[in-house]
Design a protein around this ligand. Structure first.
Ligand code: ADP
Ligand code: MG
Length: 656
């Protein structure tokens, strides 16, 4: 038995593709995965094809090198352990049985290779066969077995080894539907018998919901949510999870969020859907207004009012198609505010015909609201708690005041600012819920307020505390605090956070700090004036060379000819395809992305390029191209090149 822990685990396939002389590295197919699997747990990893499930499983098995991050098995670092040292057994979609061997020999094969004695092999094979109802078939040849029997033999081969961990990769996807249902329960029973850690990969939502005690939803190599099947269904943290699980899919309406004397509502066309207080209290993202997506599952769209429902709202609809399934009917309806059909699951007794007008009753307690842009659930803790702030440049330093704090920003934060113009004036301070603590010191940010909600977070080992911030109207922050924290609604709460943990957002809502220092890009080189052209010959200490040349003299470089330190401002690049195409000759640096931080409206990249020792940092507004591993061309703006001078943020401020 064994626990598994992944910390910031990523995988980039270095596929070995070559274009010309350049070696193309792939995307991050598993991206920054944090996952703890307890001893004896049955965890299902689910996601669409290509989401990185198999890769993640192979990383645990040791069949795939982990590019960055750590894997611990039983608390011990396992990144560099050979597969056989990990004591895991992997079962694949293709069974890989030997067709001419009997079931017995197929089961015994691995043990024979390990030179286990015949008596022990016999005991283990019979035990596994018994467990999997294979005893009657022990002397049949592999090729005469049905798909389901083959799959059981494949499982049996894993069981005879008694591994510490079972890794199963879509083991049921090759067998027919009826058998699949049976095998599902058999694998669950097997887990109960063996009490070993199981990690089970599938793209099938039914398998995920019925088998897993915990389900991990993946998309594009990123874990979207890891939760109990119930919590995933009832409290999806984003639109993807909400729509991936459940059939028919959750109905999604375009809506606008608003507030009046009756409380918070979401308006779909002319209809208002009331948001019950306990849910409205979870909406922490500043003012309540703006575009949202409202989700309701088909079973919560009723054609009659529900007795005792406190927060029911109505929508007008027209029935278009009725699908009678015997025990229930699926209605396909036209509703204002929704381009495609809305679906409702209703009692089969309910007689509604095509073209009939009806009223849909939505229970507010069962709605989901998603931010129309980020697609995150407004009821889940936000990625960042947001506090409006003012920032002011004084004496070459930057001061920030918000929610009773008045602080000079340390250099460690200033050097992460990507948009210096937007950093002055009205800004928003963002703090991750998990970065708050219940105690701290004078150097910390301190937020005071009253608890409006204390939530055990579905028993996930921490407590979510929602705090209405003193002195800032309509501002609630949520903090992830220890589960044993005692807190009741109305309690005065103090929250602390480290200044380095803040992010800043500009007035447009775009994040203007990044997760790495945005320092000036520095290298050595020679500056020449060749027939009215200013030429920079960049040379890294390792000897890599690059040449930039521009007509004219944008920053007075002609006064600094010769050997110089050469700097390029981080926002002096453009990666837009058209800009790069139209850029003059010798004004482009090309390289490979080594780090990428994407945010609304752009990205900050580091790019390994010739002529620089360190990857250059480029702040790219509007960039939505490839991330780590991608080849990229950066057009350099001659106005962003500086020579021989010292650069400081205060100089930049003074220039304004
Ligand atoms: P899933 O199991 O969820 O369908 P995979 O883990 O098999 O997803 O694949 C995730 C991504 O990694 C896919 O885009 C796939 O094309 C890519 N990939 C898988 N194996 C390799 C490989 N050996 N080399 C390069 N890319 C790979
Ligand atoms: Mg796969």
């Amino acid at each position: 038995m064994s626990s598994i822990s992944l910390k910031h685990a990523s995988k980039v396939y270095s596929g070995g593709a070559h274009i010309g002389k350049e070696h193309i590295v792939g995307d991050r197919v598993v991206n920054d995965v944090d996952l703890d699997i307890a001893d004896g747990e049955f965890v299902v990893i689910v996601g669409p094809s290509g989401s990185g499930k198999t890769t993640l499983l192979r990383m645990i098995a040791g069949l795939e090198q982990i590019t960055s991050g750590e894997l611990y098995i039983d608390g011990k670092l396992a990144n560099d352990l050979e597969p056989r040292e990990r004591d895991v057994a992997m079962v694949f979609q293709t069974y890989g049985l030997f067709p001419h061997m009997t079931v017995y020999d197929n089961l015994a094969f691995g043990l024979k290779l390990r030179k286990v004695s015949p008596e022990i092999i016999d005991e283990k094979v019979r035990e596994a066969a018994e467990m999997l109802d294979l005893t009657p078939y022990l002397y049949r040849q592999g090729k005469t077995l049905s798909g389901g029997q083959c799959q059981r033999v494949a499982l049996g081969r894993a069981i005879v080894r008694r591994p510490k961990i079972f890794l199963l990769d879509e083991p049921l996807s090759n067998i027919d539907a009826r058998l699949r249902v049976q095998m599902r329960t058999e694998i669950t029973k097997l887990h109960h018998k063996l009490k070993t850690t199981f990690v089970y990969v599938t793209h099938d939502q039914t398998e995920a919901m019925t088998m897993g005690t915990r389900v991990v939803v993946m998309k594009d190599g990123v874990i979207q949510q890891a939760d109990t099947p119930n919590a995933l269904y009832e409290r999806p943290v984003n639109l993807f999870t909400a729509c991936f699980l459940g059939s028919p899919q959750m109905n999604i309406f375009k809506a606008k969020l608003g507030k009046d004397s009756n409380g918070v509502f979401a308006a779909i066309g002319d209809s208002r859907i009331a948001v019950p207080d306990p849910l409205a209290l979870r909406i922490v993202d500043g003012e309540i207004c703006g575009d949202v997506l409202l989700g309701v599952r088909p079973e919560h769209m009723r054609t009659e009012p529900t007795v005792g429902a406190k927060f029911e709202s109505t929508l007008d609809a027209t029935v278009d198609v009725v699908e009678n399934l015997g025990n229930e009917s699926i209605l396909y309806l036209n509703v204002d505010g929704k381009d495609d059909y809305a679906t409702a699951r209703v009692d089969a007794q309910k007689r509604l015909g095509q073209g009939e007008k009806t009223t849909l009753y939505l229970d507010g307690e069962h709605i989901c609201l998603f931010d129309a842009y980020t697609e995150r659930s407004l009821f889940a803790p936000p990625e960042y708690d947001r506090l409006s702030a003012k920032s002011e440049a004084r004496d070459g330093a930057l001061y920030l005041s918000f929610a009773g704090n008045d602080i000079e920003l340390p250099q460690s934060v200033i050097c992460r600012i990507t948009d210096r113009a937007a950093a002055i004036g009205n800004v928003t301070v963002g703090i991750r819920p998990a970065d708050f603590r219940a105690d701290g010191n004078d150097a910390d940010i301190k937020i005071c307020g009253k608890a409006t909600l204390c939530d055990d977070n579905g028993g996930r080992g921490d407590k979510l505390v929602y705090v209405a911030v003193d002195g800032q109207k309509d501002t609630t922050v949520v903090a992830t605090l220890p589960a044993d924290m005692i807190c009741e609604i109305g309690d005065a709460i103090e929250l602390y956070a480290h200044i380095d943990d803040i992010e800043l957002f500009g007035e447009s809502g775009a994040r203007i700090t990044t997760d790495m220092p945005v320092s000036l890009n520095t290298t050595q080189g020679v500056v020449k004036n060749i027939g009215g052209k200013v030429v920079y010959k960049l040379r890294s200490a390792r000897g890599g060379k690059a040449k930039l040349a521009f007509d004219g003299d944008a920053r007075g470089a002609a006064g600094y000819l010769g050997q110089q330190s050469i700097y390029i401002l981080p926002d002096g690049f453009d990666a837009d395809a058209v800009a790069v195409k139209n850029a003059p000759r010798n004004s482009i640096l090309s390289g490979t992305v080594t780090h990428a931080d994407f945010y609304r409206g752009g990205a900050v990249l580091t790019v390994k390029t010739k002529g620089f020792d360190e990857p250059v940092t480029a702040v790219l507004r509007g960039y939505n191209g490839g991330g780590v591993g991608r080849k990229i061309k950066l057009a350099v703006d001659p106005k962003s090149i500086a020579i021989g001078m010292r650069y400081s943020f205060s100089d930049e401020l003074k220039r304004k």
